[in-house]
Design a binder for this molecule. Structure first.
Ligand code: NAD
Length: 258
């Protein structure tokens, strides 16, 4: 049996909002494997949650980061450089769209809603990797982002977020090429539907979940642990030859034609 040992490694996790967040399940998995955790929270409102959740972790570093706020991303990496010194693992688990853009007719998406969804859910990976690269490159590092199959196929209700995920997946490949020269890897997990704060807002989410359980080869919905397990693999040397990949963790749903 393989055991993954991340002792001596530092992991930075973006996207912990509450105890159901995918980012939180990944953070716990990385911590169990021995990694030191730096966790960001979006704003003061979510700070309390982050403090409560991370009490169980060994000396976590908590930093505020709203990717829309000027200077926030840069500040995270300045803090990491000063307080921690380096970085080995980066988890990007961030997405947002206006509620009215996650249902109804896609053609009604307005420019403001489109740009907001794309800025937070897709663009944010670019400045994050740009700022992380010099820190990651010292020891060779790995970046993992979160996506959904609506980037490839139509999932009614996912709407503008499908566009954002298509952009994000393309970024994963272009960034993987750029930082690959320094030995840094960039991948994404395309996860099946799981109940979180964000997913429940999507009109059609219940149908997506039911279809996945009925029609996926494994005839089940995936769990938050399934996602965290793959994130752990992508964060470890077991995946040392893997970069620019979009790995489906969806009980195989994506291979089906019907
Ligand atoms: P979540 O609501 O727990 O996480 C979303 C996170 O995005 C939150 O922590 C929130 O604070 C953060 N965020 C939003 N706007 C931000 C901003 N301006 N600056 C910084 N952070 C911001 O929900 P989740 O389901 O854990 O989502 C995490 C990722 O997983 C997202 O990219 C989502 O699209 C993706 N995903 C989710 C599912 C699912 O079914 N839940 C499936 C596939 C992919």
């Amino acid at each position: 049996m393989y055991s993954i040992d991340l002792r001596g490694k530092t992991a930075l996790v973006f996207g912990v909002a509450n105890q159901r967040s995918i980012a939180w399940f990944i953070a716990q998995k990385l911590s169990e494997a021995g990694a030191r955790l730096v966790i960001t929270y979006q704003n003061e409102r979510l700070k309390e949650n982050a403090i409560k959740l991370t009490k169980s972790l060994e000396s976590p570093v908590l930093l505020e980061c709203d990717v829309q706020q000027p200077g926030h991303i840069e500040n995270v990496f300045k803090n990491i450089q000063n307080k921690v010194g380096g970085l080995d693992i980066l988890i990007h688990s961030i997405a947002y769209a206006n509620r009215e853009d996650l249902g109804g007719e896609f053609s009604k998406t307005n420019k403001e809603g489109f740009l907001l969804a794309l800025e937070i859910s897709a663009y944010s990976l670019i400045p994050i990797v740009r700022n992380a690269a010099p820190l990651l490159s010292k020891q060779g590092g790995t970046v993992v982002s979160m996506t959904f199959q609506a980037s490839e196929k139509v999932f009614p209700g996912y709407n503008v977020m499908g566009t954002a995920k298509a952009a994000l997946e393309n970024e994963v490949k272009q960034l993987a090429y750029e930082v690959g020269e320094q030995g840094v890897r960039v991948n994404a997990i395309s996860a099946g539907p799981v109940d979180t704060l964000s997913s429940r807002v999507i009109k059609g989410y219940v149908d997506m979940k039911r279809a996945a359980a009925e029609r996926s080869p494994l005839r089940k919905n995936i769990s938050l642990d399934d996602i965290a397990g793959t994130a752990l693999y992508l964060s470890s040397d077991l995946s040392s030859g893997v970069t620019g990949e979009i790995i489906h963790v969806d009980a195989g749903y994506n291979i089906m034609g019907i």
